[in-house]
Structures are given as structure tokens and as C-alpha cells.
Design a protein. Structure first.
Length: 130
């Protein structure tokens, strides 16, 4: 018999069910984070308007993400640009300068989920001058 799973929110048990043995788990991203202490995670849904640019920035902790809709021009400083689309996962390494994370000009903008892996009271993002 498959194992029993319980979900909880705020200490209250919400659901109990047995895991199906035919669950498909597709790997979207696997990345080494180095030796880091991570004591919390902040998950955000972020919407960018068509053509909206985030500007040069960095994060004190790594940020993993998943594109839900739209296209995003993604480029770490000194690396080639990548065009992300729905279903693509990405990683912004801790301390890496992100040259571009911009919604494509065509279409309805972009929506993604960002998973900020944090230590202490880190700022989510630090904007930089060029």
C-alpha cells in the first residue's frame, strides 16, 4: 500500500491521502548551491509588463524560479543571453550580477514564480548602477 501523506497549514491538518505509485516527477532544475546556511524561503509570484526590464541587480542568496507565462530575456553578466518561456526553470546564483531579466516586448508580459533562499534578514534584491 502506498505511503500516507499529510499536508498542514498553520498547524491544522488539511488533507490525508495515499500517494499514487504512478506519479511523474519531471526534473526542471538541479543546481549546486555550495555550502550555505539557508534558514528561510520566500516564494513570490512576479508579473512583468511587456518590455519591462528589471535592471542590473543581484541577490544575496540564490533565487530559483519557474516561468508560468510569457517570455523573459535572462542574462547573467558575462554570460550569453537565454530566452526563457513557459515551463522553463532558472537559477540566479547568490552574488551573481544579473544583467537582464526582462519581459519580451511582444505579448502580454510575463509571470514567474521566484523562490528566494535566504539567510537572516537579507534583502530580496539589490539594484545596481551600470
Amino acid at each position: 500500500m502506498p505511503p500516507l501523506i499529510q499536508l498542514a497549514r498553520g498547524g491544522a491538518k488539511l488533507h490525508k491521502w495515499r500517494m499514487s505509485t504512478n506519479v511523474v516527477r519531471k526534473q526542471l532544475l538541479s543546481a549546486a548551491l555550495g555550502e550555505r546556511t539557508i534558514d528561510r524561503i520566500d516564494v513570490r509570484q512576479i508579473d512583468l509588463a511587456p518590455g519591462q526590464a528589471t535592471g542590473l541587480h543581484l541577490h544575496r542568496g540564490p533565487v530559483a524560479g519557474y516561468v508560468l507565462r510569457g517570455r523573459i530575456h535572462f542574462q547573467l553578466e558575462g554570460q550569453p543571453e537565454t530566452l526563457l518561456g513557459p515551463g522553463d526553470a532558472f537559477l540566479e546564483p547568490a552574488g551573481a550580477r544579473v544583467a537582464r531579466f526582462d519581459a519580451a516586448a511582444e505579448g502580454d508580459g510575463a509571470r514567474f514564480i521566484a523562490f528566494y533562499l535566504l539567510t537572516g534578514e537579507n534583502e530580496l534584491i539589490t539594484l545596481l548602477d551600470r
